[in-house]
Design a protein around this ligand. Structure first.
Ligand SMILES: Nc1ncnc2c1ncn2[C@@H]1O[C@H](COP(=O)(O)OP(=O)(O)OP(=O)(O)O)[C@@H](O)[C@H]1O
Ligand SMILES: [Mg+2]
Length: 278
């Protein structure tokens, strides 16, 4: 279990958004979060990421889970180049490298015992850096940048010179490089061209960790998700399968509910109706 949401109720003023919603996310689940405009999809993301405090309910994350969130309107800090932002995805590795270099410096004056300890510790860090492909960061950064069309602008371009769409691409690229345990993407295809969407599609399809994806792009959803959560009338319902599968089940469900209402309107015929009434 990665994320557990219990009895979530929220509204804005008179407008009720969720009523007693519960939700669980397991390791590796690829979720599509769908629903009409204004049903509360972005609000849900803001609540689970702690950007918004719900009126009622409890959000619990498993220990040490790294979540990466790309919301509809993220902003970028000033004075950094595209490359700086992308490399910051690996800041924990740069920190480790720095720590290691300081140890190397200390070695000059270290006694025998101290030397053994330093060799041991630098060895451990070196292994970790190798494990995390530290010496391949440039290659990875360039690969993702190319895939999302950032290379064309030049990676040394200051991020403040970028348009809104380009900035979103930079943030998306950074997020993908970070490979969080769970990716939270709110309409990531809005600013992407067809070939970039195609690349993102393949990327998400192969993504070994979990993600929650909000998108109005049905073919895109269909290709990458295996679970749908549908938000409607303050409820959140779970459907196994892609978007088409969800629509199939949803249509049947709707007509069944419609049938039940009709039957109720016509009066109970004393039979076992198809809504399971006795
Ligand atoms: N901070 C806020 N204050 C007041 N109302 C808000 C606030 N944020 C969202 N709302 C309202 O809550 C409802 C849900 O908004 P939300 O942005 O979560 O919808 P959504 O499902 O993401 O829609 P879309 O598909 O258009 O992005 C909308 O009616 C919106 O106007
Ligand atoms: Mg939204």
């Amino acid at each position: 279990m990665i994320l557990d949401v219990k009895h979530l109720t929220h509204g804005f003023g008179d407008r009720a958004i969720f009523h007693d919603v519960s939700f669980r996310l397991l390791k590796g689940e690829h979720i599509g979060l769908v629903g009409a405009n204004g049903e509360g999809k972005s609000t849900f993301m803001n609540i689970v990421t702690g950007h918004l405090q719900p009126d009622e309910g409890k959000v619990t994350w498993a220990k040490n889970v790294r979540a990466g969130y790309l919301d509809q309107h993220t902003v970028l800090e000033q004075g950094m180049s595209i490359r700086d932002v992308l490399c910051s995805a690996f800041s924990f590795l740069y920190d480790m490298e720095q720590e290691m270099n300081q140890m190397f410096e200390k070695m000059g004056e270290a006694g025998e015992e101290e030397m053994d300890r330093l060799l041991d510790e630098t060895g451990t860090i070196q292994d970790l850096l190798n494990q995390h492909d530290f010496y391949m960061i440039d290659v990875k950064v360039e690969e993702v940048a190319r895939a999302l069309g950032l290379q064309e602008m030049g990676l040394d371009t200051d991020v403040t010179k970028l348009s809104g769409g380009q900035r979103t691409k930079v943030l998306l690229a950074k997020l993908l490089l970070e490979k969080p345990d769970i990716l939270l993407l709110d309409e990531p295809t809005n600013y992407l061209d067809e070939n970039h969407i195609e690349w993102l599609k393949r990327y998400l399809l192969d993504y070994e960790n979990a993600f929650i994806l909000i998108s109005h792009d049905i073919p895109f959803l269909n290709s990458v998700v295996n679970l749908i959560y549908h938000m409607e009338n303050q409820e959140l319902n779970r459907y196994v399968g892609n978007y088409d599968k969800f629509m199939e089940v949803y249509e049947v469900k709707k007509s069944t509910v419609g049938g039940c209402l009709q039957e109720a309107a016509e009066g109970d015929r004393g039979s076992e109706g198809f809504c399971g009434k006795k």
